[in-house]
Design a protein around this ligand. Structure first.
Ligand code: EPU
Length: 425
C-alpha cells in the first residue's frame, strides 16, 4: 500500500488537463453489453474503478482490448454469463450497473447486492422498482439480486421516489430494448446521464428528454456497437478548482466543461475567487483570500455531494464561519474528524457542519476514508503548514488519475511513498 506525503507550500500555478469522467465511463462499459460486436470507448481514465468494470464485463463474456492508454475495444458478441460475483461487486458498488443491460440482453441478471459503504447505506430499491415495472421478477436471496424476464421487457411509466443517478441509468439501459414506450419521471439530470443517453443513441436507441426530469424511451428490437469518447470529469475539474482556491493560486483547467461546473463556480466566486471560462477551459485565480460561504448539496444542477468534502477543506481556512449541509448521503462527513486533526474548527450537527475558518491548517498524519474525503485531505495538506501524510490512498486511486503528478506539475510538493495502511476487504 502507498501513502501520500505533502509538504504544504505556496500557491499552485499553471495548467492541468482533466481526464475522462469515472462516473460517465462506468455506465458506458455496462452499456456495451447491450449490443453484439465491438464498441469503442475513448478517453477512459486509468483508475481502479475503470479497471474493475472492465474486468466485470470480461467475466460476463466480453473480449477486451486496450488499443492505447485510454481506448478500450469491448467486443460483446458472446455474452453468456449473467452473474456479477461478490468478489468484484464488493470492491465497487457501481458494478450493479450491469443489472439493466444483462436483463435486456439475456433476460436474466444475477448481481451480488452491493451492501453499505463508507458514505451511507445506499440501497438499490429504486433500480429494482424500475426494472420490476418493466416486467422483471426479482428474487433477493443469499446476498444476491436475481432478476428474470420470461419474455421481452415491456415499456412502463416509472416515477422515481428519489433522484438516483445510477438508478435511472440502469432503467434506461433496460428500457432501450423493451417493447413500447417507457417514461421515467423525477429522473436524475446529471451530465453523466446525458452522456450515457448519447452513447445509447449512437447504438440505435430512441431516447428523449435526458437532462430533464422526464426521460422518454421508445424501445427498439436491437442495438449496434458504437464508438464514443468519455466526457471530462467534472469532479476532478472541481477538485483542481478548489486546489487553486485553497492555495491562493492561479490555475487553468483544460479539457473541462465549464457548463457542468456552474454550482461550484458560483460558490467559488462568492468566496472571492476570480473565474474565467472559455469553451473547454476554466481559470481560477485566488489572490484575495477566501470568504466563508454556505453550501447545501443537491442533485445536479445543484452543488454536487462529490465536491462537499473538498469544499469543506476550503471553508476550514476561510475568513468567517460557514455551514455545509449534506442532503444526498447520510454519512458523508468522515473527512471531518481528519480535518480536525489538522486543526480545523468544525462542529457536526445532524447533516450540517458548522465551520469556523482558521488562518492555517497544520500538517498531520491522516487517513483517507473514501474517495472524495481523500481528495479533501490532499487539498488540506497542500495549504497546511508542514508535512501531511495520508494513508490508505487506494481510495484516491479509485477516482483520480495521476493526481499527485498533476499537482506536482502545478508546483505542489507531493509524492507517493510505500507504506500507509493495508487495503480493507
Ligand atoms: N438511493 C436509494 N435507493 C436507490 C438508489 C439510491 O435510497 O435505489 C439513495 C442513496 O442511498 C443516496 C441517494 O439516493 O442517498 C442518491 O444516490 P444515487 O443513487 O444518485 O447515487 P449513485 O448513483 O449510487 C452516483 C455516483 C456517486 C455520486 C452520486 C450522487 C456513480 C458511479 N456514482 O452514485 O459518486 O456521489 O451519484 O451524485 O455514478 C463518487 O464518485 O465519489 C461517488 C460516490
Amino acid at each position: 500500500m502507498n501513502k501520500i506525503v505533502i509538504e504544504g507550500n505556496g500557491p499552485l500555478k499553471g495548467e492541468v488537463k482533466i481526464s475522462g469522467a469515472k462516473n460517465a465511463a462506468l455506465p458506458m462499459f455496462a452499456a456495451t453489453l447491450l449490443a453484439p460486436g465491438a464498441s469503442i470507448l475513448e478517453n477512459v481514465p486509468d483508475l481502479m474503478d475503470t479497471r474493475t468494470i472492465a474486468k466485470l464485463v470480461e467475466v460476463l463474456g466480453a473480449r477486451i482490448e486496450k488499443t492505447d492508454d485510454s481506448t478500450y475495444a469491448i467486443d460483446c458478441s458472446d455474452i453468456k454469463n449473467h452473474e456479477a460475483p461478490y468478489s468484484l461487486v464488493k470492491t465497487m458498488r457501481a458494478s450493479c450497473l450491469v443489472l439493466g443491460p444483462l436483463l435486456a440482453r439475456l433476460g436474466h441478471a444475477k448481481v451480488s447486492l452491493p451492501g453499505g459503504c463508507a458514505i451511507g447505506e445506499r440501497p438499490i430499491d429504486q433500480h429494482l422498482k424500475g426494472l420490476s415495472a418493466l416486467g422483471a421478477t426479482i428474487d433477493l436471496s443469499h446476498g444476491y439480486v436475481d432478476i428474470h424476464a420470461s419474455s421481452r421487457l415491456k415499456g412502463a411509466r416509472i416515477t422515481m421516489d428519489i433522484i438516483t443517478v445510477t438508478g435511472v441509468m440502469n432503467i434506461m439501459m433496460a428500457a432501450v430494448l423493451a417493447d413500447g414506450e417507457t417514461v421515467i419521471e423525477n429522473a436524475a439530470r446529471e451530465p453523466e446521464v446525458i452522456a450515457l443517453a448519447d452513447f445509447l443513441r449512437a447504438m440505435g436507441a430512441n431516447i428523449k428528454g435526458d437532462g430533464t426530469a422526464t426521460i422518454t424511451i421508445e424501445g427498439v428490437t436491437s442495438l449496434s456497437p458504437a464508438r464514443t469518447a468519455i466526457i471530462p470529469d467534472r469532479i476532478e475539474a472541481g477538485t483542481f478548482m478548489v486546489a487553486a482556491a485553497i492555495t491562493g493560486g492561479d490555475v487553468t483547467i483544460t479539457n473541462a466543461n465549464p457548463k457542468h461546473m456552474s454550482a461550484l463556480s458560483g460558490k467559488l466566486k462568492e468566496a472571492g475567487c476570480e473565474i474565467s471560462t472559455d469553451d473547454f477551459k476554466i481559470r481560477v485565480l485566488a489572490k484575495n483570500g477566501i470568504e466563508a460561504v454556505n453550501v447545501t448539496t443537491a442533485p445536479y444542477p445543484g452543488f454536487p455531494t462529490d465536491m462537499q468534502a473538498q469544499f469543506m477543506a476550503l471553508m476550514s481556512v476561510a475568513n468567517g464561519a460557514s455551514v455545509v449541509e449534506e442532503t444526498i448521503f447520510e454519512n458523508r462527513f468522515m473527512h471531518v474528524a481528519e480535518l480536525k486533526r489538522m486543526g480545523a474548527d468544525i462542529k457536526l450537527s445532524g447533516n450540517s457542519a458548522m465551520i469556523k475558518g482558521i488562518k492555517k491548517l497544520s500538517g498531520a498524519e491522516v487517513m483517507a476514508t473514501d474517495l472524495r474525503a481523500s481528495a479533501s485531505l490532499v487539498l488540506a495538506g497542500l495549504s497546511a503548514e508542514g508535512r501531511t501524510v495520508i494513508s490508505r490512498v487506494y481510495h484516491l486511486d479509485r477516482g483520480y488519475e495521476l493526481m499527485e503528478k498533476k499537482l506536482e506539475k502545478l508546483g505542489g510538493i507531493i509524492r507517493r511513498e510505500p507504506g500507509g495502511g493495508s487495503k480493507k476487504p
